[in-house]
Design a binder for this molecule. Structure first.
Ligand SMILES: Cc1cc2nc3c(=O)[nH]c(=O)nc-3n(C[C@H](O)[C@H](O)[C@H](O)COP(=O)(O)OP(=O)(O)OC[C@H]3O[C@@H](n4cnc5c(N)ncnc54)[C@H](O)[C@@H]3O)c2cc1C
Length: 473
């Protein structure tokens, strides 16, 4: 049995190819590959239920690729690593950098403790195209607006590095005593919810590459327009793979660039840019997950209605496109980007419910739940964020549905109780005459909810509430 010489700590980089720290560890000697489930330090960023399910499957996939050599541990990562390196007489630890504020704080402490114990630490970048500190305005301060950040910053500083292959040969040590099994992490819930949800997904590094390949050959060509149509097959669906690092943004960026050179490509690359921007904001403004980026929102009179919040969570608002989105989220662990914006807008603007409550629900239900993209997305929709949608942009969910789901294919997939209504009423069933509802077997308030909010009145109230805080600092 090989004695370990160095530790490689897998975190949000659950892959072997284009994994710079793993490559470096393999070059340095026999590697003990570990994963630590650290629920002790994560605080509010503790992984939600759907993410844990994805993680369970992803760890199994990684373990297979490592010939069952992955050591799985749990607890306070600092204590775990210090004990492990001492017991196994490890001389060097490798990891790829993580960017959530609690991870930065924790990793700094671990690095300090390891170095005090004469263990070298080597860290690399595996999950961002540009390090957040590399892209700054001329005056040395961070950008707060996406377009100048991406165009004048990212695209000007330096091109992303080219992806690397997986190491051809590696010597891996067996798991030391005290390691857990992946199943021993208890990441799966006891209910059948997660097995139904996972029927929609394939997990792991190979699955990520196969998804990318299909997207590039069949879907990227319609991306610019198709990305807004929830029933179209025009988006990459790479977000959970990117979040868990089953594929790197570098691999996606370069593969896409080889494929075509048109506006679809530019649009897709800029969405990867939005992912970078979210991480950038989180790095420079670590309060992003809990604090309004624009402090005038601290005075906003949010509603405390839990009844309306529960109806929104369950997809029972009586507004079909919103209910479809919330049900898609519950059933599949994912929600289309356009519908994320529509559902978040209804919550924060028509229902006037604090964006943090919606963010928490998404956090628990999304398989791609990502602290940076989720909180930046929510603050963007609420109007409280950097470069946010202005407060007066209040999506009308009926108009949005008619525009982006004109045949109601998406709505009817998740709200089948409206299937017999004539198309023009599917978007707003409360507008249908009683006879039409009757013929379609729809009884509002019984077979499908009456809307929990009047869209017109609530829009006016929202505009009043938002203009009241406009000048407040
Ligand atoms: C309220 C709200 C919450 C969100 N929460 C998350 C989240 O928790 N995790 C998450 O990954 N994304 C989140 N997003 C962004 C976006 O909705 C998803 O990244 C996208 O729907 C994923 O689908 P896709 O992989 O097919 O994306 P594609 O359209 O194929 O885009 C490719 C990749 O670019 C990145 N990307 C695309 N759009 C955005 C965006 N607006 N912001 C940041 N990155 C983007 C993602 O990594 C995505 O996988 C949120 C958006 C909103 C409005």
């Amino acid at each position: 049995m090989d004695k370990p010489c160095v530790v490689f700590w897998f975190r949000q980089d659950l892959r072997l190819a284009d994994n710079p720290a793993f490559c470096a560890a393999v070059k340095a000697g026999t590697v003990l590959p570990i994963y630590i489930l650290d629920d002790v330090n994560s605080g509010r960023a503790k992984m939600g239920a759907a993410s844990r399910v994805w993680l369970h499957h992803s760890l199994h996939s990684l373990n297979r690729a490592l010939g069952s050599k992955l050591s799985v541990l749990s607890g306070d990562a600092r204590t775990v690593i210090m004990a492990l390196t001492k017991k196994e007489k490890i001389k060097e630890v490798f990891w790829n950098r993580c960017y959530e504020p609690w991870q930065i704080l924790r990793d700094k402490k671990i690095k300090h403790d390891l170095e005090e114990s004469a263990v070298k630490v080597s860290s690399y970048n595996a999950s961002l195209l540009w390090e957040p500190w590399e892209v700054l305005k001329g005056d040395g301060t961070p950008y707060k607006v996406f377009t100048p950040y991406y165009k004048n910053g990212c695209l000007q500083v330096m091109p992303p590095r080219t992806p690397r292959l997986a190491p051809e040969k590696m010597r891996l040590a067996d798991a030391p005593k005290g390691s857990l099994s992946i199943d021993g992490l208890d990441l799966l819930p006891v209910t059948t919810w997660s097995s139904k949800m996972m029927r929609h997904h394939k997990v792991g590094e190979m699955a990520a590459h196969s998804r990318l390949a299909t997207f590039l050959s069949d879907e990227l060509q319609d991306y610019k327009v198709g990305r807004d149509v929830p029933s179209a097959k025009a988006i990459s669906r790479l977000s959970p793979h990117l979040h868990f690092g089953e594929i790197s943004p570098h691999q996606v960026w370069f593969a896409a660039k080889e494929q075509m050179k048109d506006e679809n490509l530019q649009c897709f690359l800029s969405e990867l840019g939005w992912r970078e921007f979210s991480y950038y904001l989180l790095y420079h403004f670590p309060g992003l997950p809990t604090k309004n980026f624009r402090p005038n929102f601290d005075k906003f009179p949010w509603s405390t209605s839990t009844k309306q919040l529960r109806a929104w969570e369950k997809g029972l608002t009586g507004i079909p496109i919103v209910d479809a989105g919330m049900r898609e989220l519950w059933q599949t662990g994912i929600m289309h980007n356009r519908v994320r914006m529509i559902t978040a807008s209804l919550l924060t603007k028509n229902l006037l419910i604090d964006w943090r409550k919606g963010e928490r629900w998404f956090w628990d239900c999304l398989i791609d739940a990502d602290l940076a993209s989720n909180t930046a997305g929510w603050q963007w929709v609420a109007g409280s964020g950097a470069d946010a949608a202005p407060y007066f942009r209040i999506f009308n969910p009926v108009t949005q549905a008619k525009k982006f789901d004109p045949q109601a294919q998406y709505i009817l997939k998740y709200v089948p109780e409206l299937a017999k209504l004539p198309l023009k009423y599917v978007f707003a069933p409360w507008e249908a005459p009683a006879r039409v509802l009757n013929e379609a077997g729809v009884v509002l308030g019984e077979t499908y909810p009456t809307p929990i909010v009047d869209l017109k009145t609530s829009r006016t109230l929202a505009l009043e509430a938002f203009s009241a805080i406009k000048g407040v600092s």
